[in-house]
Each structure stands twice: as C-alpha cells, then as structure tokens.
Design a protein around this ligand. Sequence first.
Ligand SMILES: *Cc1c(COP(=O)(O)O)cnc(C)c1O
Length: 629
Amino acid sequence: MRFYGRAYLAHDEDGRLKAHWVDTSDVLAMPYDIPVPGYRNDTVNTLRLWSARSSEEFDLSYFNDGDYERAVYNKVLTENISKVLYPNDNVSQGRELRLRQEYFFTAASIADIIRRFKAENNDFKKLPDKAAIQLNDTHPAIAIAELMRILIDEEGIDWDTAWRITENTFAYTNHTIMPEALEAWGVGLFENLLPRHLQIIYEINLRFLKEASIKFPGDNERLRRMSIIEEGDPKRIRMGHLAVIGSHSVNGVSELHSELLKTQLFRDFYELWPDKFNNKTNGITQRRWLKKSNPRLSDLITEAIGDKWVTDLYELKKLLPFKDDERFREKWQDVKSKNKIDLASYINKNTGIVVDPSSLFDVQVKRMHEYKRQLLFSFYILAQYLKLKADPKADAFSRTFILSGKAAPSYAMAKLIIKFINSIAEIVNKDKDISDRLKVVFLENYCVSLAEKIFPAAELSEQISTAGTEASGTGCMKFMVNGALTIGTHDGANLEIAREAGHDNIFLFGLKAGQIFELRSRGYNPQSFIDKSAALKEIFHLIQSNFLSPVEFGLFDPIVRSLLDHDYFFVLADFEGYCRTQEAVSAAYRDRDGWVRRSITNVAKSGKFSSDRTIEEYARSIWDVPCHK
Ligand SMILES: *Cc1c(COP(=O)(O)O)cnc(C)c1O
C-alpha cells in the first residue's frame, strides 16, 4: 500500500494524459484468514484481515552508527497502522493515523478483490457482476477513489466506464445521522497522505455538481450543501457524500433511520436519486444470542416447537399458543429464575454486591454515550431511591438495576457518567433505610462474552435514546429473543419491535423524532422542566449538595451544567413521561402471569430480528445474489 509522495499528470508516448503517483512510502499488507463456519450448511467462509508490515526491517545506517532506536523507528511507525482499532463510538476524531488505517485496510481489500477478479476475467465491465462491495459506514468510503485510481491509472480504462463500474460495485450503509460522527477530512491532511486520491475526488465532485446543476438549475445553495467538499477553513472532504455519490444503493438500518436519511441527512440526494435509497433493518444471530448463550430457554423452546427456529427465526411464532399453557408458563418463569440466579452469582463474585434474584432485573447495557441517556436511567434510579427513603413501603417489590458499557478514552462526560452511576450504587446499596429493595450494579468490561451472561437474565430492556439518535440498536433485539420486555423511546428499531410484538407488549414513552427536531429549532429550555417536576428539583438538589460526591465536592458539576445549559439529548424533557411509564412497568410486573405471557409473546414475535433476514435482504436487493430457500 502506498502513502504520501506526489501526484502529477504527464503525456505518455501515445500523447495520452496519464496520472503518476511517485516517491511514496510503502507498507506491506499481510493477510490473516479467519474461518467463518456456517451453521450446518457445509460452508466455511473466509474473513480476510490485514496486518501492516514494514517494507524494510530496519535502517542499517542508523544501526551501524549505534542509534538502535532510530534504526527501527520507521518500522514501528509503519506497523502502528494496524496495531489498534480506534475505540471511538459514534464520533469522528479526524486524526491522520486513522485515515492511514482506513486507507490501508481498504486498499488491501480492493487489491485482493482486483487480483482475484483478474485471475478469471479480462473485462472489467463484468466487475459488478462478480463482486459487491458493501461500505459498512463511511470508514472504508475511500475505496471509491481507490477503485477509480486502479481502473484509470493502472488498467487504462476511461473515466466514464470506470465510473459506471465503480457505481455498480459499491453500496453504502449509513449508521448514524449525528453530526459529530460524520467523517470529514481536512483537505491538507488528505492531500499530504493521498495526493492522487484527492485529485480523483475533485474530479468526481466536479462531474457530480455538473449533473446535479442540471436537475437543480441555479440552486447554488443546494449545490453547496451537496458538494463533497465542505467550504470553510480548512476545507473538508465529506466522506458520507462521497459514499452516496459513488454507490448505487444507500441504506439505513431501521425504518425510522432510513426515513430520516431521506428527509434530513441526505434529503438533497434523495430528491436527486430517490431510487438509490432503501432500508435494511438490522438483525442479530439467534445462534449466538439464544442457542449458545441461553441454553435453558433454547431447550424449552425446542421441546415445545422443535428446532427449526435455529435457522428460521420466524418459526418462533409457533410459541404463541403456549402463552395460554400454565405448565409452560411455569417452565418459562423457571428458566428466567435460574438465569437470574446465575447472573446474581456472577455479580456477587465480581462486585461483592448481593442482589435478590426475585427482584425485577432492569437492565441498560450498551456503549456509554449521552444520546443513549444512561443519565435518564440514573435519574429514575435516584427518584426511586428518594421515594423509598421517604416512604419505605412505597413499592410492593424490589428492583435490581444493572448497567454496563464502555466509554471512549477521550469522552470525559461518558466517563463521568460511569462514575456517577457507581456513586449512586455505593449509596443505594448500603442504605439500610431502603432495606435492600433497590440494588444498583455497574459491571466492568462490557463485551460480547459479558453480554452473553446478561441478556438471558434480563427482564426489562432499557432502550431510552433520544428519538432520532439511535440508528437501529441491536441490543434491543438480543433482549427481546431472551424474553425481556422493552421500555423505550420512539427511536431506532424500538418502533419495529413495537409493531411486531404489539403495543400491549412494550412500554413506549417520550418525545418523537419530529417533536425533538421541532423543540430544538424552536428553542428548548431545560429549566422549565425542572420547575414542573418535584422529583427533578429534589434530584438536582441532591447532586448539587454533593450527596453523591462527599469527598470530592463539585465532582458532578459538569453533568449539572450540561443539563441546565443545553441538555442536548432532552433528558429533562422526557423524565416525567419516563417515570410514569416505569410506573406502568411496575404495575405490569405485579401481575406475574401477565408478565410471563407478554414475555412469551415478545419471543414468539421476534422472528423479524434475525440477521438471517437482514443478510437475505442485502443479498437479494443490493448484491443481486441468488438465495437458496
Ligand atoms: C449488541 C452489543 C452492542 C450494541 O448494543 P446497543 O444497545 O444496540 O447499543 C454493543 N456492545 C456489545 C458488547 C453488544 O453485544
């Protein structure tokens, strides 16, 4: 893979203008193949990953002079490219190493695709019939310029033909509409690292703007909005626009998200190319998230309806009549109880906290992010704590609040929220006044292995992001197939879960995406919501009196300030509605039989959320791959 250097155009012997990219620093890409076995289908696919290797072991001249560190300096720098995956989530940092990484992985895979294609074909026009490249977010979007570079500079194909091939090969999946997550590279940084790709992107943009100006004559404001180049200082390259322009398909990952792509983020592009836009609702694999991670429930389901659900999740609908079978409901509840005992013992071993396995397991596990509103959940926990403290007989049963999730290393607010949750836990778990009725648990190191222990034991799934911010969410689906009921906002896949399960079997609350956009543009005053809520007043007083930070006064001031100053994610606006809906959850849980019926119904109607369904939709409608079924 080549980096840096200079790009220029020069006439070759036949007088044709040819691009040259010279004086580059080169890095070797070493493939590592990971086998991906299918489930009893006699197929093993290969996932090819890449490791960066220096093209020279070390600089002998430095070595001979005794400067051993300098001798390996370039090797270390080079190999850093594939050392760590950036741990950010839904935010773009714009660092050069990240762009180097994105280009490295992308260019290696494109080179591999081209190598394989050329081994069996000689007409590049057939590339889209033989290969489909699905851009998983904009991180590999540079692939569009890379394929154009190879087709034009290395294979000698004319621009228009190369562009048709490229467009028909690429498809793009968007994963977020949040502005802080949209990748945009400074032109200077980009030109230094990938000078030839910048020329190609400028040419793509020029031709695109020509096409768009025919459709929207004189609408210069719109053309400015649609340009790949964002004007400003510095000018930046909008990778999302490159991805949309260079792909024949653009999809979101839930129905709501795909609508928001058409009406908000990519509205201008939708008006230009309505047929490019489509939806592919995310899914999860039942082989991992039910069969492997919840063997007790899997066995009970298979005992009732056979095991076809393992490869066809819609089979679960056969469970529906069993909700009226008392014996089955007992067994269902017994499975959940045993799974809760297992998780309780994991919690005790890892945190020392003793939780009551007969309490309601109320769970929010996901990356830490303000938009996911772990703060809203925390505020509800505090409200419950204050209520019980004032009236120890207030609630008829107890709850265990379980949270887990990682924060990106430089996301200070997310880390402070983790500290906030742990501070609440420390106080609530020890307070004798509430006599163990509430427990708060924060589990470290949220990862797939830990997730597999949590979902089988969960009863209530917290999906409470600000409407319009969670593109899909997949955690919600893992909860659903494990028999948890959802409390959630009108966001992401929650709406589709509600449609599948029926509105009686989910607890929805809060402002809708349209209301959020309206409130944001009209001007939102968080203080007005505190003025209207006794619970919020009390919670703010508690935090500001340092009740949660007795040895570190002011520790949680940034949380208070952020909520009072702007509350970008409408925690305060949704708080009262959320608490009311939690009351409805409590009432529903008191009726244990009704709760189990709802749990069975949720699982029975979770068929849509298999990734098998998702992949099949990609295969049929984007990749044009025939499916056997
Ligand atoms: C499923 C999963 C996620 C995604 O969860 P959301 O609730 O959709 O944000 C994140 N991390 C791990 C470890 C998961 O298993």
